[in-house]
Ligand binder design. Structure first.
Ligand code: HEM
Ligand code: HEM
Ligand code: FE2
Length: 466
């Protein structure tokens, strides 16, 4: 570790991984409820499980982004973090708020939670991904402001790089767009219209900047390729991201009561959104091929390349599949949506956070540049177990989705929703079983941190590469 204050990243990463486990357990509970309707009823109803699954996903990714920033920014800025104490204090505030919220979700009905947290005075609850009580949301804003202040001051006092600037723009966008979570108009069309400013403009806008800058940072470190090369890529990637992603929001405006022209604007611009994801694939492989050194952390290289490829598949290919208005007319809100949501979130954001953790953890744990050979082999196993099982989960959901559209929405004699669900139950069974493989991969990942053995050194890596 080059700067002592980078160590604040460690609790963020550990908490992120803890919530990742929670997320997957609740995914498995829901997956089981899909096929055994009263599984764990009434203790954990489906809607509660879904809330815990999606909210813990978002929160652990945010913890991951914050940890990544605290690790990356001092090194890029060539200076200690402005205030390590603030970073640690915000960590605990955030963690306690999150845990209290999850306990609230699990121990009372949602309406009770809304009541005791005063939702009636400032109603913001009840919308997918934004279910948090209003006071939790306020807490998130406070933590975000303190975080941005800390990171911003560090960037300002140190060396300015393109990587840290892109990251900072992404983080400011993330915090700024979250403010739309506080705007909850009674008119359902307006509500949905602005809801997407958080949900879509996050994952297909500002989060992509965060992803690109983290990838750029890790790739520079792993390969020793000149910064100038990486920066040129970054400029083009973020420009194309914003040009396509902002108007691409229109692909959510087709059927919510927004003006009809969105069917054109949404289709055209969102159809171009795969381009920046494709560029990230070319970028990542290009940089790795030009490498000037063989870094001892081979596992981190695998995670980085995997991120680019899986993000392109999940967001680019599976996104494109249903983004044109005439297609979306049939597929809207089916299992095809869920298939895409899983592969895109996993490929882009789960993997980019794991890339950063894989790169940073050996430094944070005092092992030098890399963990032991054995630990890295376990990490690579976990990469393949999780990635292949997620891909299969997505294939099953896609198959279920295609059948669903066919039976329920196409043709002269459409079947009722629940009857169709029974027709596709086999795929839901397959999802649960494959989900267990995913969980196994996650356990292997966590176990890799406890693997014994001598860390791989720079010298050993260079010798092994010849
Ligand atoms: C890192 C891995 C995962 C990610 C990123 C993820 C992400 C998501 C997201 C974003 C949603 C909301 C989708 C929507 O409303 O369209 C969701 C819902 C869901 N997830 Fe996951 N998930 C993961 C793993 C799993 C696993 C392993 C399972 C079970 C085997 C699972 C089962 C479910 C179920 C059943 C739903 C609810 C779908 C519905 O409402 O019909 N997820 N997940
Ligand atoms: C990493 C980036 C992305 C992530 C994490 C992501 C995630 C998601 C999620 C979770 C949903 C479900 C939202 C809901 O209704 O609850 C969704 C919907 C959608 N996404 Fe993405 N997405 C990404 C990129 C893209 C891209 C690049 C495209 C187009 C090329 C796209 C096209 C769509 C469309 C058309 C829908 C609406 C589906 C419907 O009508 O039901 N997404 N996305
Ligand atoms: Fe979108």
């Amino acid at each position: 570790m080059q700067y002592a204050s980078q160590s604040v990243a460690k609790p963020y990463f550990i908490a992120a991984l803890g919530l990742f486990v929670v997320q997957i357990l609740f995914g498995l509970i829901m997956g089981t409820q899909y096929v055994v309707g009263d599984f764990l009823f009434p203790a954990i109803p489906f809607d509660t499980a879904k809330m815990v699954h999606t909210n813990s996903l978002i929160v652990w990714l945010l913890l991951g982004f914050m940890g990544a920033s605290y690790y990356l920014v001092p090194e890029e800025s060539e200076t200690e973090l402005h205030s390590p104490k603030l970073a640690i204090a915000l960590f605990w505030i955030f963690l306690v708020a999150v845990l209290l919220t999850v306990v609230g979700y699990l121990t009372m009905t949602y309406s009770t939670l809304a009541k005791i947290t005063g939702n009636e005075y400032w109603p913001t609850m009840g919308r997918l991904y934004l279910e948090q009580p209003t006071i939790t949301k306020i807490g998130i804003v406070v933590v975000a402001l303190g975080f941005l202040y800390n990171i911003g001051m560090t960037v300002l006092k140190g060396r300015k790089t393109v990587v840290s600037s892109v990251l900072l723009i992404g983080l400011i966008g993330l915090a700024g767009l979250f403010l739309f979570a506080f705007y909850n108009p009674d008119n359902l069309a307006l509500d949905k219209y602005y809801w997407w400013w958080v949900v879509h403009l996050w994952v297909e806008g500002v989060w992509e900047l965060i992803m690109a800058s983290i990838l750029a940072f890790v790739l520079i470190k792993l390969t020793g390729v000149d910064r100038e090369v990486v920066e040129k890529w970054l400029y083009v990637i973020i420009a194309v991201t914003l040009i396509t992603g902002i108007l691409g929001t229109g692909h959510h405006y087709y059927w919510i009561g927004a003006p009809e022209y969105w069917q054109w604007w949404g289709s055209i611009f969102s159809a171009l959104e795969p381009i920046p994801f494709f560029m990230m694939v070319v970028f990542a492989f290009n940089i790795v091929n030009r490498r000037r050194r063989d870094h001892p952390n081979q596992a981190a290289t695998l995670w980085a390349l995997g991120t680019a490829v899986m993000a392109f598949l999940g967001a680019g290919v599976w996104g494109f599949m249903h983004t044109l208005a005439p297609v979306n007319y049939y597929t809207h809100g089916t299992q095809i949506t869920a298939a895409h949501g899983h592969l895109a979130f996993y490929g882009a954001y789960v993997l980019v956070v794991l890339t950063m953790i894989s790169y940073a953890m050996p430094h944070l744990r005092g092992q030098g540049s890399a963990a032991s050979n054995r630990a890295q082999v376990m990490e690579m196993w976990s990469f393949w177990l999780m990635t292949v099982s997620m891909f299969f989960i997505v294939l099953f959901l896609t198959a279920a989705g295609i059948l669903q559209v066919w039976l329920q929405r196409y043709g002269a004699d459409p079947m009722p929703f629940m009857q169709v669900q029974e027709e596709v139950a086999l795929f839901y069974w397959a999802r649960v079983l494959t989900g267990l493989v995913f969980l196994t991969g996650l356990i292997v990942y966590l176990a890799s941190f406890f693997a014994k053995g001598e860390p791989v050194t720079e010298k050993a890596a260079a010798q092994a590469a010849g």
